[in-house]
Design a protein around this ligand. Structure first.
Ligand code: NAP
Length: 293
């Protein structure tokens, strides 16, 4: 299959590109810089120069492909304004990709996040939250899933809070960055809230399976670890960096503080059964042992 990928140089996207190329796909990949184009070329993909705001480039990429996987996102969580800009940019890009595929029955696989449900692990049928700093991302995802009624085989792979590789990535990686900066491995609240996780290589397999098999309008959970207590994550980070492990107020974690403080375990039972997805990589707590002081 000739697949157009956005975000193909990121932690998740580079794993997706490798997974596709290793399984008889060819890849056309959006590249917003010469450096990214070189990386993609070296990986074996065909770079398509442009960024998420180049809507004509996105339209052309989708038009010539048998399917699209969208992962690009300006992961700038430094302020509410920066988050809002990133969400608006992605929403406009998704609308163009969806329109380009309408009526073709070709697949459009997009990235989403696992929702939090009080008191239990969330499942693939739980709705996405449309409030909070990234609520707009959920609305864009739902608009794409609705394109099922307009001849797009749309699906969403919901990633857990941490997609990791080499001991880094996602929320756990942000905790590590904060610990390096402040000299304290902090966690919000009492640290018993649980965050789900997946290794980037396992997530990449699920993106490929969704591209190949997912029925239109469906959502899938790329969850390998249902939920690690955040204080256990902070404990490994503190040990690896040789810094103390302490509870910190939620406000110390910036605009994402409320999400950091939420108990949000998640399950992938349906995904594993329906798509035959079997995560095989190390768990988050094992992978965090790769953190270097
Ligand atoms: N990592 C996680 O734990 C996690 C968890 C939940 C959801 N997600 C979501 O999964 C997706 C991929 O995550 P990731 O960790 O792989 O992200 P990442 O490592 O930060 O990579 C972001 C990718 O998007 C590209 N990109 C960013 N802004 C762009 C723009 N304006 N135009 C074109 N390309 C742009 C980057 O290109 P350059 O290389 O050229 O900068 C890069 O390929 C994102 O949507 C993210 O929000 C990730």
């Amino acid at each position: 299959m000739y697949t157009f990928v956005t975000g193909g140089t990121g932690r998740v996207g580079s794993a997706v590109v490798d997974e596709l190329l290793g399984n008889d796909h060819t890849v056309l990949a959006l590249a917003r810089s010469d450096a990214s184009a070189r990386t993609l070329d070296k990986a074996g993909a065909v770079p398509l120069r442009g960024d998420l705001t180049d809507l004509d480039v996105l339209r052309a990429g989708a038009a010539q492909a048998d399917g699209v996987i969208h992962l690009a996102f300006a992961n700038d969580f430094t302020s509410p304004d920066a988050i809002a800009r990133a969400v608006a940019e992605e929403s406009a890009a998704l609308a163009v990709l969806g329109e380009a595929l309408a009526g073709s029955d070709r697949p459009l696989v997009i990235v989403s996040g696992t929702p939090a449900v009080p008191g239990r692990a969330s499942t693939e049928t739980d709705p996405l939250p449309t409030d909070g700093p990234v609520g707009g991302r959920s609305r864009a995802v739902m608009a794409v899933l609705d394109l099922a009624s307009r001849g797009v085989r749309s699906s969403a792979v919901r990633l857990p809070r941490t997609v990791h590789s080499d001991g880094d990535g996602g929320f756990a990686g942000m905790l590590t960055d904060i610990a390096r900066r402040t000299g304290v491995s902090g966690y919000p609240g009492d640290g018993t809230q649980r965050w789900p996780a997946v290794h980037a290589l396992d997530a990449a397999v699920l993106f490929r399976l969704a591209l190949e098999q997912a029925p239109a309008g469906t959502s899938w959970h790329a969850v390998a670890d249902d939920g690690d207590e955040v204080r256990d994550i902070a404990a490994v980070i503190g040990r690896r960096l040789n810094v103390p492990v302490e509870a910190r107020p939620q406000e110390a974690f910036g605009p994402l503080g409320p999400i950091f403080a939420t108990d949000q375990p998640s399950s992938s039972t349906h995904t594993r059964q329906a798509l035959g997805w079997t995560p095989a990589q190390p768990s988050l707590l094992k992978d965090l042992e790769n953190i270097q002081p």
